[in-house]
Design a protein around this ligand. Structure first.
Ligand SMILES: *Cc1c(COP(=O)(O)O)cnc(C)c1O
Length: 453
């Protein structure tokens, strides 16, 4: 689908351009945010947390403007969602048109073409040129659940292997797949059965090569589960919440090869890594692996809720008719937003842009690491970069320092997120539309926060 440029221009001229600057006009949080936070605490479940106590008013490019008029540098993209930028012009134009045409019919009742077009785009963009099919859902977790359903239906087997440090969501089946107890699982069991955990390749902490780490994982799988019982292996090609763990080269290809030789469906959870984020359209492209199923969400639709499972036609077509679906899955607003976002990734060269962002982040933090031994590791690819903080004496994770640095950066108007099984990682996921000057300034603020911590 193509949106005509005149519409885009008219739309952008409607409102003032958001000035791309860090500007603090109150303390963080300001008085209006504080008032809203009081209301939040009285109205919203306390189990729903927030990274920063500021309420958003507008966002775009590389900034989030809060309700007090502070303009914050966005190095998180709402957790890797707004890769094309917030309220990206093509997305806004497409959604405005669609919302006036129709908002919902349910694709399972009377279908519409944008859903089909999103499936076609995903079939074209995901790794491999074999015959593919897609199905659309609402959230990453829902798509992961469906990928597992599809793999079980196809293989007529039940067991699923996930990895140490994995994050796949917060629903019952995906909690079982997720590794970390607090805050994701603790107290929420019992969990789905037939889920097993294998050791991940984590070069900074295990020192193994990719093939060695794959051998370790495969041996455990063969001894403790057996390929005859195993429906699927699910893995994030670069782990997200678990700490941006990049497996050693050769790990993923060895697992794919083993899965294919043993009748096991290989599922790549690209919910966080997908859509240009890692400097490839998908992280699987980096080592040329071709997953049987690819799960996507976050970056897919410029901020509208949409997710997908895409994969080999014979696997995707295995469940019985009516076995997959949902009321809202592939909602028309989300679908036109996805088409506009995908056009933006492709037309605006955002894969290359992600690489440029990664080069800057890595070079600046490696330079800092040379004189600050508390930076244990700088890793990631493209606009998905992590800095792991450690005790220089022992290499033990330092979550306290990490928390202090993040908090100090927040106070100075930079949105950064932490992650990691040990909570000792600051992760950078800027919108791919962030101007260089803002990215540099955001890095400066984080490095100053580190120096002062
Ligand atoms: C965020 C995430 C999910 C869950 O997505 P939701 O939309 O929050 O349900 C699953 N897998 C990975 C790798 C993620 O980063």
């Amino acid at each position: 689908m193509s949106i005509d440029t005149a519409t885009i221009t008219a739309q952008t001229l409607d409102r003032d351009e958001l000035v791309q600057e860090r500007r603090l006009v109150t303390e963080i949080p300001g008085p209006v945010s504080q008032e809203l936070m009081t209301r939040k605490l009285a109205a919203v479940s306390s189990a729903v947390g927030t990274t920063m106590p500021v309420f958003a008013a507008r966002a775009g490019g590389g900034v989030v403007v809060d309700v007090d008029g502070n303009s914050l540098i966005d190095l998180g993209s709402g957790i890797a969602v707004t890769g094309v930028g917030n309220s990206a012009p093509r997305v806004v134009a497409a959604v405005q048109q669609q919302v006036a045409d129709f908002t919902h019919t349910c694709f399972m009742v009377t279908p519409y073409d944008s859903y089909v077009a999103v499936a076609e785009a995903l079939n074209r963009l995901t790794p491999g040129d074999h015959d593919k099919r897609s199905a659309l859902f609402n959230s990453g977790a829902e798509a992961v659940e469906n990928a597992v359903k599809i793999a079980r239906s196809y293989t007529k087997k039940q067991a699923v292997v996930a990895f140490d440090h994995a994050y796949h969501g917060r629903t019952n089946l995906t909690m079982a797949l997720t590794a970390k107890s607090m805050p994701y699982k603790s107290g929420f069991g019992p969990f789905a059965s037939e889920i097993y955990r294998a050791p991940m390749s984590y070069p900074f902490r295990d020192g193994l090569t990719g093939p060695e780490a794959a051998k370790r994982a495969i041996s455990l799988i063969e001894k403790q589960i057996g390929a005859d019982n195993l429906a699927a292996i699910i893995i994030e090609p670069i782990q997200g919440e678990g700490g941006f763990v990049v497996p050693a080269e050769g790990f993923l290809p060895a697992l794919v090869e083993w899965a294919s030789a043993n009748g096991v469906v290989f599922i790549a959870d690209e919910v966080q890594t997908g859509f240009a984020r890692t400097g490839d359209m998908f992280a699987s492209d980096h080592e040329g692996i071709v997953p049987d199923l690819v799960v996507t969400a976050k970056g897919i639709a410029g901020g509208l809720p949409l997710s997908a499972v895409t994969g080999r036609a014979e696997i995707m077509d295995a469940p019985h008719a009516g076995g997959l679906g949902g009321t809202y899955g592939g909602n028309p607003l989300a679908c036109v937003a996805a088409l506009a976002a995908i056009e933006t990734y492709e037309e605006d060269g955002l894969v290359d842009r992600a690489r440029g962002i990664g080069e800057k982040l890595v070079s600046r933090f490696r330079e800092a690491a040379a004189s600050d031994a508390r930076i244990g590791d700088v890793r990631g690819r493209g606009a998905m970069i992590a800095v792991e903080f450690v005790d220089p004496e022992t290499n033990e994770p330092d979550a306290t320092l990490t928390g202090r640095v993040a908090k100090a950066a927040h106070a100075e108007g930079v949105i950064v997120l932490t992650c990691g099984t040990y909570g000792n990682i600051i992760r950078f996921l800027p919108p791919l539309t962030i101007p260089d000057a803002l990215l540099d300034e955001g890095i400066d603020v984080v490095l100053q926060a580190l120096a002062a911590s």
